[in-house]
Design a protein around this ligand. Structure first.
Ligand code: GH3
Ligand code: MG
Ligand code: MG
Ligand code: MG
Ligand code: MG
Length: 302
């Protein structure tokens, strides 16, 4: 760990930084609170050992400023001071200190305290990692690992705004599995889940651009956003999806319209400058999907 030692006494600075180095850490030193603040501006540290009585800013004031500056990023700050009143201890903790040691402090004590704080810092890192993982998980649909509806809407809205008033078209496709209720009833829910994963892969195989978005919009309904794509492009992708699902070749022996699993696709395209909102074009794609269903399924309408 990189440990900052703030101490105005040269003798103590020397001895304590020796302890820090012998414990296997890197020691940075500051002679005053002001110097500590300056150093922190461009050097991140993992822990601070802080004297209290110093000319200029004292350790409590310096700590308050450091905590303000670090915001929600917590690092351990330990006071090491000659001030042994209970009231000083209280002030130190209040100022943002995590521990309060009274001089003289032996090498063994300071080493043990550093170890204890290091354990808490490890826990902080673990929590941060878990939080990041949770954040990522909450954006995905757990079955298909594609964007869930909420995240799709957020990301699509970002793309929509990004495209701004460009002269390009944006397209949306709504894709719905045909007679999927019958599929589930006949093959069982686990098979239905596997089928949805295969359909996801089939759709994904038709999306090649980094900005294309794929989301699970409902049970057996998917949505695709194609930025920079006009009606011709949307038609190509729809045809590709229809073919890819056919190629997946999933048996559906009770389907009234085909012996294999098929999908219906509804698409809509509009130029950024049309004045339509993203919701408008999603609704238009939904209406096109309805037409595809009512024209016999296993087809696309744009
Ligand atoms: P249509 O061709 O008109 O779309 O008919 P459909 O049967 O596909 O449509 P409907 O909306 O009646 O049924 C959708 C079915 O999708 C019902 C539901 O049990 C199933 N379903 C929704 N989500 C899941 C899921 O996560 N896993 C599985 N296995 N089935 C699901
Ligand atoms: Mg001092
Ligand atoms: Mg339905
Ligand atoms: Mg369906
Ligand atoms: Mg449906």
């Amino acid at each position: 760990m990189k440990i900052l030692l703030v101490e105005d006494s040269a003798t103590l600075r020397h001895a304590m930084s020796q302890y820090i180095v012998e414990a296997g850490h890197t020691a940075l030193v500051a002679e005053s609170g002001e110097q500590a603040l300056q150093l922190l501006e461009d050097t991140p540290v993992d822990m601070i050992i802080m004297d209290v009585e110093m000319p200029g800013l004292n350790g409590f004031e310096t700590t308050t400023l450091i905590r303000e500056w670090l915001g929600s990023h917590w690092i351990p700050i330990i006071f090491v001071t000659g001030m042994s009143d209970d009231e000083d201890y209280r002030k130190g903790i209040e100022a943002g200190g995590d521990d309060y040691l009274i001089k003289p402090v032996s090498k063994m004590i300071i080493t043990a305290k550093i170890r204890a704080m290091e354990r808490i810092a490890d826990m902080r890192d673990q929590l941060n990692r878990l939080n990041q993982e949770l954040e990522a998980l909450s954006q995905l649909d757990s079955l298909t690992q594609i964007l869930n509806r909420r995240t799709f809407n957020e990301e699509a809205q970002k793309q929509w705004l990004l495209a701004g008033r460009k002269q390009t078209h944006t397209s949306v496709l709504m894709i719905d599995v045909d007679h999927f209720k019958l599929y589930n009833d006949h093959y069982g829910h686990p098979a239905g889940d596997r089928c949805l994963k295969s359909i996801t892969e089939a759709i994904r195989s038709c999306l090649h651009r980094p900005y294309d978005l794929l989301g699970r919009y409902g049970g057996e309904e998917f949505v695709v956003l194609l930025p920079d794509t006009d009606t011709a492009g949307a038609t190509r992708v729809s045809q590709c999806i229809k073919n890819a699902v056919a190629k997946a070749d999933i048996a559906h022996e009770v389907s009234p319209s085909a012996e294999r699993v098929t999908v219906s696709v509804g698409g809509a395209s509009c130029p950024q400058t049309s004045g339509y909102s993203l919701e408008d074009i999603i609704k238009a794609a939904d209406r096109a999907l309805y037409r595809a269903k009512h024209s016999g399924r296993n087809q696309y309408k744009i």
